[in-house]
Design a protein around this ligand. Structure first.
Ligand code: GLY
Length: 359
């Protein structure tokens, strides 16, 4: 079972990411730290029928007193109103600072449960058990927790590292094809920014069906590879002031699309796919990215049935205005990640007026 270590030095927090098969059915050993404590599992309506009982049983086997709070599924859940409901549940369950919040689900659950864990009592202990590919390769690692604001994605958030990440690759067997694709979008992103071999591997696999079949024996290795890349970024730059921003490749437009189209219309990973093709085009126009790179990325994404173009009805002016409110805004511009080739990237600030033209 691969174990990836995350060292986030500024937060004096080192934790392990355990990756394996059937982990949710045999996690009691990993959950030993919960012995004698309460643990509130936060999950959603899709995940609860599949994995909540197993998680509860493992926590109880570890000697914890487990309870659960089930959220509606989907990105619209990542809002202040649902956050308040989680706080109410934590108060009702008498969760104290020694107790745990356990996020069982995809990126939405991890983000909102993590933000609740970070802010409730100024911080209670936190475990991530991601059940989607996207959450396993990206959002459960590195401590970014947040809820959305009606005017911008993830505008209300914090950095709050979990104590443990438990990735059960078997949960991918129950994931629908659209969710798998969205996760692959983030895997392709790692290939684009840092790991050309990973990009080529996904390029060779050629289709979503084949990747799940052909890569099934290697999928945990791919997840571990993505987690290891992420762990390196988090170690170097836990608070996203420098090199970690490279992970935002494709995210500037992605967040604006998610906000403008309505949260949940596009899955986050799908929006990132459109954003990556756009960012490659901006890089080509600015002479930073070799010509044809956008087309290469587009081909790979298309092979997996992933979206590559935004809805043309969304105006440039509107998208540029939403981007100006993004976390990555800097002065009168927005910090964007551009590829210098497949497998390498650089950050640059693109001014608002220029961005509108590039869009
Ligand atoms: N998802 C990008 C990051 O965690 O930095």
């Amino acid at each position: 079972m691969p174990i990836v270590k995350v060292e986030a030095p500024e937060q004096a927090n080192t934790y392990d990411i355990h990756i394996g098969h059937g982990l949710l059915k045999k996690a009691a050993g990993l959950l030993e730290r919960c012995r004698g404590h309460r643990a509130m599992i936060v999950t959603d309506e899709n995940v609860a029928p599949l994995y909540l009982d197993a998680m509860k049983a493992q926590l109880e086997a570890a000697g914890a007193q487990a309870s659960a709070f089930v959220l509606p599924a989907g990105e619209t859940t990542k809002c202040m109103a649902q956050l308040e409901r989680i706080y109410d549940a934590l108060i009702d369950a008498h969760i104290t600072r020694q107790d745990f919040v356990v996020a069982l689900g995809g990126g939405v659950v991890g983000d909102i449960a993590g933000y609740a864990a970070c802010t409730y009592l100024r911080g209670v202990r936190f475990i991530q058990a991601p059940t989607t590919l996207l959450a396993q390769v990206d959002s459960s690692v590195g401590g970014k927790v947040a809820v959305n604001h009606p005017r911008g994605k993830n505008l209300l958030g914090a950095f709050y590292q979990p104590e443990l990440v438990m990735i059960d690759c078997d949960t991918l067997k129950t994931l629908d094809a659209r969710q798998v694709g969205a996760g692959l979008g983030e895997v392709i992103k790692y290939g684009c920014i840092l790991d050309r071999k990973l990009f080529e591997l996904l390029n060779r696999c050629g289709s979503r069906v084949r990747v799940m079949e052909a890569l099934a024996p290697e999928l945990d290795e791919i997840i571990a590879r993505c987690c290891a890349i992420k762990a390196r970024y988090v170690h170097e730059d836990p608070h996203d002031h420098g090199v970690r921003m490279q992970l935002n490749f494709g995210h500037t437009l992605a967040h604006a699309l998610e906000n403008t189209m309505g949260y949940g219309v596009l899955l986050h990973g799908e929006a990132v796919c459109i954003g990556m093709v756009a960012a490659a085009g901006w890089g080509e126009a600015l002479g930073v990215t070799p010509a044809g790179t956008g087309a290469r990325i587009e081909r790979v994404l298309r092979a997996y049935g992933l979206p590559t173009e935004r809805d043309e009805r969304l105006t440039r002016a509107h998208l540029a205005a939403v981007m100006a409110l993004d976390k990555k805004a800097e002065g009168d511009g927005v910090r964007c990640v551009l590829l210098t080739k497949i497998g390498a990237c650089t950050g640059t600030v693109i001014r608002g007026a220029q961005l509108e033209v590039l869009l």
